[in-house]
Write a protein that binds this ligand. Structure first.
Ligand code: SF4
Length: 488
């Protein structure tokens, strides 16, 4: 699709909205639009203290035009930018939506944290009902997604009460997996490619743990939750896992820890010995992620395990004493249908894990689905999968407790964590809702300092890939020192 910007240069705003509405479009900016093909013009001007946004979109030969105005006279530069950005996005939304078979369930919301937006509305004085009405009427969010958002916002507000000014959480990343799933969007290397890096990676990680723990002590912070994710942390051998867990325990004060999670992830990496090591270290929550319980789908996505391995790993985790288990599934995988996906969800509900997380497959820009009919069909299938899962989970006593959206998910849907009563994953909520400072250790780690009084967030990133990370061993704690001691 060709698009033009006329009277403004808000490329990001226009592209974000176009990708939200047309996730498989290949966007190209041009000076003018031609006669053929799909195109969108976005225009902005000012008249008498008002900004005037205009958009004209032509899709499959059908043209729609929209215009909106906003009072901008006297606005401070930041508020002015916010107002015209919204104007530009909303006019593009208004012009494109009539050309779609159905409006998006998230309306014009493009952000990845809808519950954070709702929380902001409630904290600024709206009742939950008023915030819900605002989401529906201002952003055109569907009633179902609005209800989901308000429940997630309420959970976050409840957990927020337990966070003190010096409480922080830790994330530890292990970016290795036994094989690569075809849909994977994480930075993770297979053991075949990078197995030789695991030991030096652990050396660097143990050093980063010791240095970070010293900073945390010096800053007087307390660790409230730990999440070891990846990749697949249980790709590590029993000895390597024990070394990591021991290093964490010896360096940090875990006496106030309320939650300790390890993403065991792939059942083909889980053994009774590793599960015992996790329990012995105080890990209380594990994630065992089938993604699908259909062997054909598992084979198609490059997982080297069958549904039976998931059942075995789940049984072993219960036997090892885990009382909180999460299981992830993904809607929209290759070869999956609404019926086989429903069977997956039913099988997991039958196992009765405390948490079930329903993800939507993220598609990459310009990926295979350039065929609009195929994209629409996939959207329809994923929609049925999610609606069916939502109904089955609620009937079985699960409630939604956190949600987030990824850019470019199939059909513009969302990922939702469901839980049985009082089993919310604290880390997932605080991380997604940006409720507290989180220090991230390991390759690709993004640490965030959250100023709880103002909401201001500062970040520092570790190098993305294992080799870069190992080479940066001497420089890893500098960014975290700046985060923890901003005035030094
Ligand atoms: S297990 Fe997870 S991190 Fe590893 S390749 Fe598969 S999707 Fe990616």
């Amino acid at each position: 699709m060709i698009y033009t910007l006329e009277g403004h240069d808000l490329k990001h705003a226009v592209e974000e909205m176009l990708f939200h509405l047309l996730p498989t479009a290949n966007l190209t900016r041009a000076d003018t639009v031609g006669e053929d093909g799909d195109w969108c013009r976005s225009l902005l001007s000012e008249q008498g203290g008002e900004a005037v946004g205009l958009a004209v979109a032509c899709i499959d030969g059908v043209t729609h035009e929209s215009e909106r105005r906003a009072r901008v006279a006297g606005l401070a530069p930041l508020d002015y930018k916010r107002a015209v950005t919204e104007l530009v996005k909303m006019t593009v939304y208004d012009a494109v939506v009539p050309t779609l078979a159905q409006p998006p369930v998230w309306g014009s919301l493009t952000g990845v944290r809808p519950a954070k937006l709702a929380r902001g509305l409630i904290e600024r004085g709206m009742s939950r009902g008023e915030a819900a009405a605002y989401l529906r009427e201002h952003f055109y969010v569907s009633p179902e997604r609005t209800a989901l958002t308000i429940r997630a916002a309420a959970t976050a507000m409840e957990l927020d009460k337990d966070i003190g000014p010096d409480d922080i959480s830790l994330y530890v990343g292990i970016p290795f997996c036994p094989s690569r799933c075809y849909y994977c969007s994480f930075v993770s290397s297979t053991t075949a490619q990078s197995g030789h890096l695991i030991e030096p990676y652990l050396d660097t990680l143990c050093r980063e743990i010791a240095e970070t723990a010293a900073l945390v002590r010096e800053a007087g912070k307390r660790v409230q939750s730990v999440y070891i994710g990846g990749g697949t942390p249980t790709t590590l051998s029993e000895q390597q896992l024990a070394r990591l867990l021991d290093t964490l325990e010896q360096n940090f004060d875990f006496s106030r820890l309320r939650e300790y999670t390890v993403e065991a992830g792939r059942p083909d990496t889980i053994t009774p010995g590793k599960l015992r090591a996790l329990r012995a270290a105080g890990v209380g929550r594990v994630s065992i992620n089938p993604q699908s319980m259909d062997d054909k789908v598992l084979a198609a996505i490059g997982r080297r395990h069958a549904a039976a391995d998931v059942l075995r790993a789940y049984g072993e985790a219960r036997q090892a004493g885990f009382r909180e288990i999460n299981m992830d599934v993904i809607a929209g995988l290759a070869g999956d249908t609404a019926e086989t996906f429903a069977r997956t969800v039913d099988t997991l509900i039958g196992l009765a894990p405390e948490n079930i997380t329903v993800h939507t497959l993220a598609i990459k820009r310009g990926a295979d689905l350039t065929d609009k009919a195929a994209a629409a069909a996939q959207r329809e299938t994923v929609s049925r999968m999610l609606d069916g899962a939502s109904h089955a989970l609620q009937t079985a006593g699960y409630g939604p407790y956190y949600l987030y959206r990824q850019k470019f998910t199939a059909g513009g849907f969302e990922n939702v964590g469901w839980c049985k009563p009082d089993t919310e994953c604290f880390y997932n909520v605080t991380m997604m809702e940006e409720l507290q400072t989180i220090l991230s250790l390991g390759a690709g780690g993004v640490s965030k300092r959250v100023d709880r009084a103002t909401g201001w967030i500062e970040r520092t990133n570790n190098p993305k890939y294992p080799l870069e990370y190992i080479r940066a061993a001497d420089r890893l704690s500098g960014g975290k020192r700046k985060l923890l001691f901003p005035r030094q």
